[in-house]
Design a protein around this ligand. Structure first.
Ligand code: HEC
Length: 149
């Protein structure tokens, strides 16, 4: 039997390791509230206005296109699941800047919810895209994003 202090330390170490993963998952769901006004709570979007995230080729492919969309927005003709939208999403919907960790968390949530089964997104992946697109001001157009999905 280990002394009580050692057992307490072991328990603390376990909590320290286990907690962040739980927090990231919760963050993603909470952050999605910022997207739900347009893309809807269940990711179906609104026909003719807001494209769906459920089953979207922009969501479940490589994460690089979706990361770009959150960092700088997207505008103009954009085809999602065979339907062409021609709207505008400002940088992450409201023009606010999200941190790398927030973009990673919300995209991980979106890629693993609404029936989507894509890989998690890391803050490091978001940081890489942020660095690669540094200095960009304009929203993206579909043709620029296609190579990244
Ligand atoms: C103010 C409304 C609004 C908000 C808020 C918003 N979006 Fe969008 N989003 C749009 C519109 C409109 C488009 C399509 C733009 C176009 O037609 O060029 C779009 C496109 C997208 C796309 C690519 C197309 C698709 O349906 O897969 C993704 C991915 C996306 N949004 C994710 C998000 C995420 C994640 C959030 C929250 C962090 C978010 N959006 C917040 C309006 C919004």
């Amino acid at each position: 039997m280990r002394p009580p202090l050692l057992r307490a330390l072991a328990a603390t170490a376990f909590a320290a390791v286990a907690l962040p993963a739980v927090l990231v998952a919760q963050d993603g769901a909470a952050l999605y509230a910022r997207c739900a006004a347009c893309h809807q709570a269940n990711g179906t979007g609104v026909p003719g206005a807001f494209p769906p995230l459920a089953g979207s080729e922009w969501v479940v492919g490589k994460p690089d296109a979706a990361i770009r969309i959150l960092l700088h927005g997207v505008q103009g003709a954009l085809t999602v699941k065979g339907v062409t939208y021609n709207q505008s999403m400002p940088a992450y919907g409201t023009g606010q800047i999200m941190t790398d960790a927030e973009v990673a968390a919300v995209l991980t949530y979106v890629r693993t919810s609404f029936g989507n089964k894509a890989s998690a997104v890391t803050a490091a992946q978001v940081a890489g895209v942020r660095a690669a697109t540094k200095g960009r001001k304009a929203q993206w157009m579909e043709a620029e994003l296609k190579p990244f999905r």
